[in-house]
Design a protein around this ligand. Sequence first.
Ligand SMILES: Nc1nc2c(c(=O)[nH]1)N=C([C@H](O)[C@@H](O)CO)CN2
Length: 120
Amino acid sequence: MDKTFIRDLKVHAIIGVYDFERKHAQPLSFDIEMTSDLTKAGESDDLNYAINYAAVSQDVIDLTKSLKPQLIERLADAVAAMILEKYQPESVTIRISKPDAVAAASAVGVEITRSKNSQR
Ligand SMILES: Nc1nc2c(c(=O)[nH]1)N=C([C@H](O)[C@@H](O)CO)CN2
């Protein structure tokens, strides 16, 4: 299946379980892959048949800044649900990294995959 991807989308947002994390925004990085058939987009040269990665990026930034979740899992779930509903890919894989969360690690985070069929 064809893929549209967004790599290392950087967002500063409030996220975390601990009190100190709820006071200041911290950096997050998103890697997103959306599977869909891109044949029509390629044949027509028309953005309407593609998944607009610039629009997806802005929606991810807006949702991340407004959600203020405790868990990175909650954020991943919300972003996946938004993308599936609004952009209708066959599936979406979201990897979110928190580079400042664990001092001894370059990043920690989660990766989830959700598909049309697995939508609640
Ligand atoms: N699986 C998870 N583990 C942890 C999370 C999380 O969101 N998912 N969050 C934290 C804290 O907020 C952490 O980032 C501070 O170091 C701990 N573990």
